[in-house]
Design a protein around this ligand. Structure first.
Ligand code: PLP
Length: 467
């Protein structure tokens, strides 16, 4: 394919995309397919001879869309959203056209400098202190890993950077059971080990108990462990739990521990000042991550990590071999030194487009609507016979049950086979519960209320029996 032909096919792709998005409400949200079905439709070997793009495009239309779960469907209420606003898609098209590898300032001056400025814009938009700088990762998992690696090396006086963990004291990281599994993954990858991730008990609101954190650190010190850092969550994945950030940071600071706040989902809501109480005190953290690729409309992948001081993370992750030097310009920022991979995409462009096309007020209006509609839906479901709201909305996430574990699981399967909406599950205090999060960029109040319509239909709410 030549670039001239690409122009024509890009037009076709854009037309396809328009029809796809306009037709989303007519599709089941979750893929209605079986494992192996797509693979069975694909040849087992690549073609030896070139094929016409027409044929490939037709195969794409025939094979792919029906076997996808539609994350941009306005009735996607599963997991957390992965919104892709049209403005973000446009920016990605442009970034794709340039196809830069933004590992160094020299390889991508505009990408590096726009990343610096966009981190600043988002810092201000979220109401974070002016002392934060930061960088953009592919995912919150990578940002959390970077923070945990920094905790590790800082606690070991940076000896681990050269010597590894051989002969080092046993490190401890602290988090509540409500934090995302990316924290577990990070301690594993950092060589700290799952057993040294201490899960701190939570209070009645499922936020970390600061007194229990303090007690755990003291007990570990007495037992000869080396406490290294604390990971807090604002908007945990399961039910949206929020740790009391200020109080936990005070404990961490008293023990000289490095701190990281995971607000992967809830961080976007902090563009609305009225929600900032959920992470009150966050300015005292060393590191904070949030994913514009979840709720803000900046499409996957885009995770912003704010750093009170980037120097410790660069000390852990940064390398500057001869072949990556920017000769004569030692002072420039090379973002690969702040992150795990060397190669980096131009992710700041889509933030720039989204913030400008919708404006903070446009984005706030969406998030406020989502929160209001989630609260309304929770009230409606809570009033339906046989249904129990298990956890009340935290921002736009709540959980409910219908009878016992088996009945709730059965209902969830029916909901997702029905296809009009997509919900997922978690386990809360030992019970199987269904999660609802409202956050899709284009969803309307009617889309949200469809959840109640579907639940009523499937449970014959008047008769009280699950199908
Ligand atoms: N932290 C929280 C609270 C999450 O909900 C998630 C994913 O949903 C993650 C971290 C991991 O996000 P990512 O896919 O960007 O690694």
């Amino acid at each position: 394919m030549t670039h001239d032909e690409l122009l024509e096919w890009s037009r076709r792709a854009a037309e396809w995309a328009l029809a796809y998005h306009k037709g989303l409400r007519d599709r089941p949200v979750r893929a209605q397919t079986n494992y192996g079905a797509t693979a069975a439709r694909l040849p087992t070997a690549p073609p030896e001879q070139a094929e016409p793009v027409d044929t490939i495009f037709a195969d794409f239309e025939a094979i792919v869309p029906d076997a996808m779960t539609h994350w941009q469907h306005p009735r996607f209420f599963a997991y957390f959203p992965a919104n892709a606003a049209p403005a973000s898609m446009l920016a990605e098209q442009l970034a794709n056209a340039i196809a830069a590898q933004a590992m160094l300032w020299q390889t991508s001056p505009a990408a590096t400098e726009m990343e610096q400025v966009m981190v600043g814009w988002l810092r201000a938009a979220l109401g974070l202190g002016a002392h934060f700088t930061g960088t953009i990762h592919d995912s919150a998992t990578t940002a959390t890993l970077s923070a945990v690696l920094t905790m590790r090396d800082r606690a070991l006086g940076w000896r681990s950077v050269d010597e590894g963990l051989f002969g080092a004291p046993r490190l401890r990281i602290y988090a509540s059971a409500q934090t995302h599994s990316s924290v577990d993954k990070a301690v594993r990858l950092a060589g700290i080990g799952q057993a040294n991730l201490v899960k701190i008990p939570t209070r009645d609101d499922f936020g970390m108990d600061p007194a229990a954190l303090d007690a755990a650190i003291r007990a570990d010190l007495a037992a000869g462990y080396k406490p290294a850092g604390v990971v807090l969550c604002t908007g945990g994945t399961s039910i949206g739990a929020c740790d009391p950030v200020a109080d936990c940071l005070a404990v961490a600071r008293a023990h000289d521990l490095y701190t990281h706040v995971d607000a992967a989902w809830a961080g976007s809501a902090m563009i609305c000042p009225e929600f900032r109480y959920l992470w009150g005190g966050v300015d005292g953290a060393d590191s904070v991550v949030f994913n514009p690729h979840k709720w803000l409309g900046v499409q996957f992948d885009c995770a912003v990590q704010f750093l009170a001081d980037p120097a410790p993370q660069i000390r852990s992750l940064g390398l500057r071999p001869d072949y990556l030097q920017t000769l004569g310009q030692d002072e420039v920022v090379n973002f690969n030194e702040w992150t795990v991979p060397l190669g980096r995409r131009f992710r700041a462009l889509k933030i720039w487009f989204v913030l400008r096309v919708y404006g903070l007020e446009g984005l706030r209006a969406r998030i406020r609507n989502h929160v209001t509609w989630a609260q309304e839906l929770a009230r409606v479901i809570g009033d339906m016979p046989g249904f129990t709201i298990v956890t009340a909305p935290i921002l736009s996430l709540f959980t409910f049950r219908y009878g016992d574990d088996a009945a709730t699981e059965n209902l969830l399967a029916q909901v997702n086979n029905d296809g009009r909406v997509y919900l997922t599950q978690t386990r809360h205090e030992g019970q199987f519960v269904i999660r609802v999060q409202v956050g899709q960029f284009d969803c309307t109040r009617d889309d949200v209320m469809t959840v109640a319509t579907v639940l009523r239909a499937l449970t014959h709410t008047d008769g009280g029996q699950c199908l």
